[in-house]
Design a protein around this ligand. Structure first.
Ligand code: CP
Ligand code: NVA
Length: 328
């Protein structure tokens, strides 16, 4: 039977997503307290994880390599000049060959169909390390970060106890947003998106995000606007990302012009009426145009714990998909 892959958050049930986040939290606490079980640190012993990256990466690369090492395995980094990833060799051939020698492929690609094609033909689990459409590892880390910053007051035993929170995304509608928004809907967190006209959520993606509500008792609501203040109203968490994703470099000037007025500042948060205890998140890498230093380096910022949480998200995803073969 074919292995289970991690392509996007939309493929996970709310319970499965919750268990990935909870396991990340549990592993983080145990390792930090110096009581990592041997079952954790040897679970990938003798196994190689191929990391196939066709784009630059700091966090995803370092967190994945460190996570594989922590689990006792060998991370094999294969950059775009190292292997034939869709260049000079078909994705089918690449996938069959690499999966015959390794226990997992972690792939960062351009078009989402590239990572989907690797998965289709792979005999081992494939984890999406960012495509043009999705960034599931980031979303797991982001929910761990939100879970830590907003401990459940209800002490709920199921879910993450985040029901009723509101996230405001101010900026480009991109890969990071699509998985984050899907998780919000599944976890009962409202998500308001403010993007300039022409940079909103594409219709098929909107359908995917809102369909995450199916079968969920009290799903989070997605709302969309072109006015940053409207999204920010009553938000607990303000989030943004670069306005110019990898592959969009030629649109730089056009995008800088289109996003004028979207920079997250303390003044914008105040004008928009964010909740008193609002926090700030950003997946990084960050540029000053989308968020001012006063916010990014300020006391409300969760960006560095959020980045560290990428490590625990990677540990959890590798355990879930490779060690436990997708039985989350
Ligand atoms: N957030 C994130 O994925 O960063 P990198 O592109 O540096 O991996
Ligand atoms: N949206 C960004 C995220 C980088 C982690 C990009 O795709 O370049």
């Amino acid at each position: 039977s074919s292995p289970r892959h991690l392509m996007s958050i939309s493929e996970l049930t709310p319970n499965e997503f919750t268990s990935l986040v909870r396991n990340a939290a549990t592993r983080k606490q145990a390792v930090k307290a110096g009581r990592a079980p041997t079952s954790l640190t040897t679970s990938l012993a003798g196994k190689t994880v191929a990391m196939m990256f066709s784009k630059r990466s700091t966090r995803t690369r370092v967190s994945t390599e460190a996570a594989v090492t922590m689990l006792g395995g060998h991370p094999m980094f294969l950059g775009k000049d190292d292997i034939q990833l869709g260049v000079n060799e078909s994705l089918y051939d690449t996938s069959v060959v690499i999966s015959s020698m390794t226990s997992c492929m972690v792939a960062r690609v351009g078009p989402h169909s590239d990572v989907a094609n690797l998965a289709k033909h792979s005999s081992v689990p494939v984890i999406n390390a960012l495509s043009d459409d999705f960034h599931p590892l980031q979303t797991i880390a982001d929910f761990l970060t939100i879970h830590e910053a907003f401990p459940s007051s209800k002490g709920s035993s199921s879910g993450l106890g985040l029901n009723g929170l509101k996230v405001a995304w101010v900026g480009d509608s991109n890969n990071v947003l699509f998985d984050l928004a899907t998780a919000c809907v599944k976890m009962g967190v409202d998500i308001a998106v403010a993007s300039p006209k022409g940079y909103g959520i594409p219709e098929p993606m909107r359908q995917l995000i809102t369909s995450a509500a199916k079968g969920v008792g009290s799903p989070g609501k997605l709302s969309e606007t072109t006015i940053p203040q409207d999204a920010i109203k009553d938000a607990d968490v303000l989030v943004t990302d670069t306005w110019i994703s990898m592959g969009q470099e030629s649109e730089k000037q056009k995008r800088l012009d289109a996003f004028a007025g979207y920079q997250i500042t303390n003044e914008l948060a105040k004008r928009g009426g964010a909740k008193e205890g609002w926090k700030f998140m950003h997946c990084l890498p960050r540029h000053a145009e989308e968020v001012a230093d006063e916010v990014f380096y300020g006391s409300r910022s969760l960006v560095f714990p959020e980045a560290e949480n990428r490590l625990w998200a990677a540990v959890s995803a590798l355990e879930g998909f490779v060690v436990n073969k997708g039985q989350l």
